[in-house]
Write a protein that binds this ligand. Structure first.
Ligand code: KG4
Ligand code: ZN
Length: 340
């Protein structure tokens, strides 16, 4: 019998469960929480309650889609952090209970490491190559922006990260300034497709080394918009597509220029994207163009494995299972992780 891992993800506003067997995906179920939309951001207490309502049906569905019974499971892997503590507690308590009831190992997973390990997710029939070690990964999510040298599945080194906002936060906060609903990233992406990315220019940050900064761009965008609306009240409505395209280009330019420098300095040309913002079409297209110029081999996750999901938790759990890295039931969730 194979090694069958159930993954559970509940770090923010998606309740997710997935089954991976011998490193291959059997199922991947995500329940998005719509309750936060009306508040313009994730409300932690509402997220915890929704996780509690969703977790059993989501796990049942993941098991059924995989064609597996609970007694087939080798281990249960869950997100320990980073994330919202109340939300994490739902997934961790559920996973601990299941591991005790089934008498199988419990595996705690770092959500950020899992975003990177999503690059190894495959269905059995999918022959696309996984990134070879070492590779350089740009991890861009709602809460994090990091440049990571991935040496082995469970050995990663952060060489740069944001000193203020994350790239996803820059998208979401600027979307809020434009009165777009949360999360604004995907909406900016869709408006940007029809706009001119060179219509407007915003402040470019100057940050040392491999680190990033996005708070200056956000402020520059806010002041620019406020001044133009003062002169022309319907400026926003008239220029929405160009504003989104120009803002997206500015964020993509910051990310790609740091990636280029990191590739040059590390000598690594195996380049990967991970995290929710890697769903952005402008980032994907620019990376492909720049990658061709610099002869990079690119690894870009499918969108369903780029945004929050549990298949990435299950594959991370699988690699920890192979190394017998099991978790004590005494371990508690953590809101932050400073290392990978
Ligand atoms: O990785 P993720 O699903 O959750 C975190 O771990 O944070 O990332 C969510 C972030 C949000 O900020 C969301 O706006 C952004 O990813 N995002 C996008 C796109 N899809 C998701 N940003 C820009 N363009 C997109 N297409
Ligand atoms: Zn995430």
């Amino acid at each position: 019998m194979g090694t069958t891992i159930l993954g559970i993800e509940s770090s923010c506003d998606d309740t997710a469960a997935a089954v991976v067997e011998d490193g291959y995906i059997l199922s991947n179920v995500v329940a998005n929480q719509q309750v936060h939309k009306q508040y313009g951001g994730v409300v932690p207490e509402l997220a915890s309650r929704a996780h509690q309502q969703n977790i059993i049906p989501v796990v049942d569905m993941a098991m059924a889609d995989a064609g597996k019974k609970l007694s087939d499971l080798s281990a249960v892997a869950y997100t320990r952090g980073p994330g919202l503590i109340g939300a994490l507690l739902v997934g961790s308590s559920f996973s601990k209970g299941l591991s005790l009831a089934l008498n199988i190992p419990l595996i705690d997973v770092n959500h950020l490491q899992a975003h990177i390990l999503a690059l190894f997710l495959r269905r059995k029939e999918d022959q696309s190559p996984a990134p070879p070690f070492p590779f350089l990964c740009l991890l861009v999510s709602g809460g994090h922006t990091q440049l990571v040298v991935v040496k082995r599945h469970l050995e990663m080194e952060i060489i740069g990260q944001t000193i203020d906002d994350a790239a996803g936060e820059a998208f979401d906060k600027c979307a809020k300034v434009m009165d777009l609903p949360y999360p604004g990233g995907p909406l900016i992406d869709s408006y940007a497709r029809e706009g001119n990315p060179r219509a407007f220019a915003f402040a470019k940050p100057v940050v040392k080394g491999h680190d990033f900064s996005f708070s200056g761009l956000k402020t520059s965008f806010l002041y620019f918009l406020r001044d133009r609306i003062r002169q022309e009240p319907d400026f926003l409505e008239k220029n929405m597509k160009d504003l989104c395209a120009s803002l997206q280009q500015a964020i993509v330019d910051i990310l790609i220029s740091k990636l280029r420098r990191a590739s040059e300095e590390t000598g690594i040309a195996e380049i990967a994207l991970a995290g929710g913002v890697s769903a952005n079409s402008g980032l994907r297209e620019t990376l492909i163009t720049v990658g061709r110029k610099y002869h990079w081999n690119l690894y870009i996750p499918e969108i369903q494995y780029a945004t929050d999901n549990a298949a990435m938790i299950a594959i991370a759990g699988y690699h920890k299972y192979l190394q017998q890295q099991f978790s004590s039931h005494a371990i508690t969730p953590v809101a932050r992780f400073d290392e990978l």
